[in-house]
Each structure stands twice: as C-alpha cells, then as structure tokens.
Design a protein around this ligand. Structure first.
Ligand SMILES: Cc1cc2nc3c(=O)[nH]c(=O)nc-3n(C[C@H](O)[C@H](O)[C@H](O)COP(=O)(O)O)c2cc1C
Length: 189
C-alpha cells in the first residue's frame, strides 16, 4: 500500500512535538515522515495523500523551511491528491494572523487542483483574523489550529479528535488503496 506523506517544518520545536504526537496517534507504519527542508518538488509525485504540519511566523509568514520551499510548492500539481494540514500559532500575540500558514498552504493546494480535508471549527479560539478561515465554509479553518502558547491544555484533545475525523474522511481513499494493494499483491501472486 502506498504510504501517506507527512511533510512538516518547525522553527523552535513546537510543530516537531505536535508531529510526534500526531504520528503516534496515527501509527508510524502508514506514514513517510520528512522535514520539508529535505523534500523536493518531485517527491510529491509519489503520493496521493498528504499531511502538512507548520507554524506561522512574523505576522502571517510561513515557517522558515516552508517559506524557502514555497516557490516550488506553488508548482506542485495537486490534481487527484488529498491534503490535511495542522498548523501552530499564537491567537493572543498574533491574533490578526492566527495560523495564517494553514490558509496559505490550503489555498495553494486548492488552486493547484487538490482537495483539502480535515476542516476544523473556529469555536474555542479568540482571534481577529486568519488567512486559514475558509471561504467555502463559514466558521471553519482549512485545517487543525493548535495554540500551545495559550491553550496547550486543549491540544491533546483537539489532536485526538482531528485524527479520528481524518480517519473517517480518508476511509474511502484508504479502502480503495487497500483494495488495489489486495488486487496487485495478493491476488496476482
Ligand atoms: C516572532 C514570532 C512571530 C510569530 N508570528 C505568528 C503569526 O504571525 N501568527 C501566528 O499564529 N503565530 C505566530 N507566532 C507563534 C508561533 O507560530 C508559535 O509559537 C508556534 O508554536 C511556533 O512553532 P514552531 O516552534 O514549530 O515554529 C509567532 C511567534 C514568534 C516568536
């Protein structure tokens, strides 16, 4: 079975920590986990399902490794690909730019033909504005917002719920992946 790509970037280690929690909830076996600093545009060709992790910095900018990669990212064709994004931010210190990075990646994926799943409700957060707010679905972020600067006590529960949501949303894709694996590997041997 094809693996799911998990590409992430972290400046001070917070997204690293959340990525570790995410992978232990999801299960390492199905994931190909890489820091975005070691990913090339061609690496996207080998996957149909992606998880992206990042933080937002300097008034709405992408985490630095994602920022460096972004020109290449904008050239990735996401047709027939599915993406879920988790992003870290600080709703108190940077309430006008809260988790903007989620929105910057999500909008690029959609513009380039992809589908963004794992949309997450804005209830429980207090912020002024965010690029991560969905245009298509009022009251939702494109992906999971984690604020370990102000609401770390909520993060485990949010992550756990999001992983369950993703498992449900991805089940049609995972079932067809498993079915094709069964056809190719099991039945043809
Ligand atoms: C200088 C600075 C700028 C930041 N800018 C933003 C921002 O624009 N939006 C936001 O939501 N969070 C912002 N943050 C908060 C970080 O995204 C947050 O602390 C995150 O957990 C860092 O994750 P990392 O260590 O994985 O990079 C900023 C933090 C710092 C110190």
């Amino acid at each position: 079975m094809e693996k799911i790509a998990l590409f992430y970037g972290s400046d001070t280690g917070c997204t690293d920590d959340v990525t570790k929690d995410f992978t232990s909830l999801w299960g390492n076996k199905e994931l190909d986990i890489r820091e975005i600093s070691s990913v090339s545009k061609e690496d996207f060709d080998s996957f149909k399902i992606f998880f992206f992790g990042l933080s937002t910095w300097y008034d709405g900018d992408l985490q630095s490794d994602w920022e460096t990669f972004f020109d290449d990212f904008k050239k990735v064709d996401f047709t027939n690909k599915v993406v879920a994004i988790y992003g870290l931010g600080d709703q108190v210190g940077y309430g006008e730019y809260f988790v903007d990075g989620i929105g910057i990646l999500a909008k690029t994926v959609i513009e380039n033909g992809g589908k963004v799943i794992g949309n997450w409700p804005v209830e429980g957060y207090r912020f002024t504005d965010s690029v991560a707010l969905m245009e298509e679905k009022e009251g939702y972020f494109y992906g999971l917002a984690i604020d370990n600067d102000n609401q770390s006590q909520l993060s485990d529960d949010r992550l756990r719920k999001w992983v369950n949501q993703l498992k449900l949303e991805l089940s049609p894709y995972l079932v067809s992946e498993r079915a094709s694996y069964h056809r190719e590997v099991v039945l043809e041997v």
